[in-house]
Structure formats: structure tokens, C-alpha cells
Ligand binder design. Structure first.
Ligand code: HEM
Length: 405
């Protein structure tokens, strides 16, 4: 981490490069920033200037719950960021402040509730089973990423959204390109054009549909004049893309189980304790590279004893908050009995992940089904030969070669 002398008041601005980390290693730069103090200043690889970074649990909660920190104010401003290209989509809840944020989320909320996910569960298992049966039929070895972790979340989110089977491969290709840092701005813009055009056509065509798929819900909200067409696209796209996060998060979870026999043992022999254990792995997994979207202070606000001035950009690290020793004793240890476990892996406040219940369902089904159907599941290569995704925002194994029996 390099230090820069600055004439502005406040802690020094630290460079935070996007490291390609292997395994589930916690980002060493983030660890150093956490040691430096509750509020530090960072410069990420792209964008302009510096931003505040909050790493303590209580500060992260305060910032993410305080309407004086705005997402919308960041839409027409270049701030220091991880992603090379920057094109915030109007209508995306990620960029909306109240009251627009509530209005947008309301249009799709019904599709992602706990009860909707309960209803989805048998269908989800039905979609997962043939994927796992395919692996069993072909015999070991198998790449779990290619055979299960990628196709299952993509298929399931397409099912929830209402994407016809024939369009699913194309939708997946667009989503994968949009979340990748590879290919630069052009490839990403091209993928967005394709996906957004498809969404606009689909919601228009479903304006009169009474279906409970997300595109029908959005179509109906459009017809009632509750949202605009641009908002319909901005609302649907992150839901469609968010499914990809599950692949990589679950990849990290399985890697942990496959490389730590004591965890695997517990998961296998105490199925009733799996939900609690998966929650602890959710806390521990370093889901992403660096940080997500910034918020802009609309007025002077004090956080953790530090004055943040109106106009300053602020990032929070949910990964750092999940390792705050004041809330999670011995935070770098995986404790499958940890209780309570109020982790922030799905965010906090109004921007709390829309797909959190869906993501938990998918991970629980994938891990549970793989452990139950593939006795003796283990890595087919030494752990240090597992290839990890590079130059991406969401971390995870590129492939997970396993054997069993
Ligand atoms: C937002 C985590 C899966 C859709 C978020 C946020 C986090 C997160 C940390 C940001 C909170 C903030 O802005 O402060 C995760 C993790 C996942 C996952 C760890 C998987 C394990 C999903 C899935 C979907 C989804 C499956 C779609 C169905 C969204 C959307 C937002 C969001 C739309 C923006 C919400 C808003 O700003 O109002 N997620 N997510 N996510 N996530 Fe997820």
C-alpha cells in the first residue's frame, strides 16, 4: 500500500489496487486499512479523486441507513472506483434514493419474499436434480462450476424472471460480459445494449399479463404508470445479473468445505445444522474485490469521530464489517456454531440485497444436494491448483474439479 502526501485535512489517501487473490484469502490491503482506523481514505484503480472508506460494523450500519448519504448524487459524478467503465442505469434501485427507491422495489418485491421463495423451492430442486444426476451418470471427475454452480442459478433466475428457455443462453452471455472487467467498455456496452433491448421488448409485450414472473410484474407496473420504460429496464437488469453472484459465492463456500475436512465433516453428519453453518460461511466468504458503489454525503456528517464533508464520496466495506471483532469474536475463524451472526453479506438498510432469500435458497440446495448425492466428495486436484477468476468484481473459483465415491 503506497502513501500519498496530501494538503487536504484527514488521513493519507491510500492506493487500493484490484488484486487477483487466490482462494478465500482476505484482501491484505483491506486488512491494513482496517488496522489503520475506522475511517480511511482510498483511491481505487479507476475514476477520479479519493473516497472515504468505512470498515467498522457500526459505522457501516450508520452510513447505509442514513439518507444523507445518497446514491443518486453519484450518478453524474466521477468518483474513484473499481470498475473501468461507469454508466449508472436510471431506474436501477442501486442508484435510487427515497422515495423513488421504494417505488421501484415495490414493483418487484412480491417475487422475492420469503413465502415466494418457499413456493419456488420444489421447482428449484426439480431444476437442480437433473444437473446433479448428469454428473453422477457421467462419473468422476467433474467441474462443479461448469456442471452445477453456473447453470443452476442462471436457470433459476431466468425462471423467476420469466425468460423463455430458448433465450436463456443469450441472457447468460450478456450477464457474464456485463459483470466481467475483461473486454473493456465496448464489450460491456454491447452486452448491455443487447440485454436492455430484450428487456424493453419483453416488458412491453407483458403489459397485460397477469403472470407472477418478474417481467410480468414490471410490465403491469409500467401499464399502471408506476414506473417508466427506462426504469423498467434499470429495475430488471440488476436482478437478471445478480444471479451470477450466487455461482461465485457458492464456489467459495464449496472450496472452503473441500479444503477443510472438519467443516465438511460437520456439514455431512449434521444436516440439521447446515443452515447455521452456511450462514457463518456466508459471513466469512470474501465475496467481492474491493468495494461496490459509493454514496455521496449530501451534508456534513460525523461518522466514527470523523467529519465527512458535504460532497465527499463514501464507500462501506461489508466484508470488513463482517470481520469486526467487536461484533464477531475471533472474526477470522470459521465458527459453525456462531450465534448470533448478524453479518452484512447482503448489505444493510434500504439497499439490502433484493435477491438475498433467493441466494440463500440456491446455496442451501446446491450444497445440500451435492453433499447428499456425491458421497466422499473431494477435490480432484491439489487445492493450490484450483484456478481462480481474475479481473472480476465478484471472486470465486474458475473451476472446481471434484471426484467422489
Ligand atoms: C444488492 C450481495 C445475490 C440482486 C446487493 C448488495 C450486496 C449484495 C452486498 C449491496 C447492498 C448495497 O448497495 O449497499 C449479494 C450476495 C449474493 C447476492 C452476497 C449471493 C450470494 C443476488 C441475487 C440477486 C441480487 C441472486 C437477484 C435476484 C441484487 C440487487 C441489488 C443487490 C437488485 C440492489 C438493491 C438495491 O440497491 O436496492 N447484493 N447479492 N443479488 N442485489 Fe445482491
Amino acid at each position: 500500500m503506497t502513501e500519498e502526501t496530501t494538503t487536504l485535512t484527514g488521513p493519507p489517501v491510500r492506493e487500493w489496487p484490484a488484486l487477483d487473490l487466490a482462494g478465500t484469502e482476505f484482501d491484505p490491503v483491506l486488512a491494513e486499512l482496517m488496522r489503520e482506523g475506522p475511517l480511511t481514505r482510498i483511491r481505487l484503480p479507476f475514476g477520479v479523486g479519493w473516497a472515504w472508506l468505512a470498515t467498522r460494523y457500526e459505522d457501516v450500519r450508520q452510513i447505509t441507513n442514513d439518507p444523507r448519504f445518497s446514491r443518486t448524487a453519484g450518478m453524474d459524478r466521477q468518483v474513484t472506483r473499481l470498475a473501468p467503465h461507469f454508466s449508472p442505469q436510471p431506474g436501477s434501485p442501486a442508484w435510487a434514493d427515497q422515495p423513488d427507491h421504494n417505488r421501484l422495489r415495490k414493483a418487484v418485491a412480491g417475487a422475492f419474499t420469503v413465502s415466494a421463495m418457499k413456493r419456488l423451492r420444489p421447482r428449484a430442486q426439480e431444476l437442480l436434480d437433473p444437473l446433479v444426476a448428469g454428473i453422477v451418470r457421467d462419473g468422476p471427475p467433474a467441474d462443479l462450476v461448469e456442471r452445477v454452480l453456473e447453470p443452476f442459478p442462471v436457470t433459476l433466475i431466468c425462471e423467476v424472471m420469466g425468460v423463455p428457455a430458448a433465450d436463456r443462453p443469450q441472457m447468460h452471455a450478456w450477464a457474464a460480459q456485463i459483470v466481467s472487467i475483461k473486454g473493456g467498455a465496448e464489450a460491456s456496452a454491447e452486452a448491455k445494449k443487447g440485454m436492455f433491448g430484450w428487456i424493453a421488448d419483453t416488458v412491453r409485450a407483458r403489459a397485460d399479463s397477469a403472470g407472477d414472473d418478474v417481467y410480468s410484474l414490471i410490465g403491469a407496473a409500467l401499464r399502471r404508470g408506476e414506473i417508466s420504460e427506462a426504469e423498467a429496464v434499470g429495475l430488471a437488469a440488476p436482478l437478471q445479473i445478480g444471479g451470477e453472484a450466487v455461482t461465485h459465492n457458492c464456489g467459495q463456500t464449496l472450496y472452503l468445505l473441500l479444503t477443510r475436512p472438519e467443516l465438511m465433516e460437520r456439514m455431512r453428519h449434521q444436516p440439521e445444522a447446515r443452515a447455521t453453518a452456511l450462514d457463518e460461511l456466508m459471513r466469512y466468504v470474501p465475496h467481492r474485490t474491493a468495494v461496490g458503489l459509493a454514496r455521496i454525503a449530501l451534508e456534513d456528517v460525523e461518522v466514527g469521530g470523523q467529519l465527512i464533508r458535504a460532497g465527499d464520496p463514501v464507500y462501506v466495506s461489508y466484508l470488513a464489517a463482517n470481520r469486526d471483532p467487536d461484533v464477531f469474536p475471533d472474526p477470522d475463524r470459521i465458527d459453525l456454531d456462531r450465534d448470533p451472526n448478524p453479518h452484512l453479506s447482503f448489505g444493510n438498510g434500504p439497499h439490502y440485497c433484493t435477491g438475498a432469500v433467493l441466494a440463500r435458497l440456491q446455496i442451501e440446495l446446491m450444497v445440500g444436494t451435492l453433499l447428499d448425492r456425491l458421497p466422499g466428495l473431494r477435490l480432484a486436484v491439489p487445492a493450490d491448483q484450483v484456478a481462480w477468476r481474475r479481473k472480476t468484481m465478484i471472486r470465486g473459483p474458475q473451476s472446481l474439479p471434484v471426484t467422489w465415491g
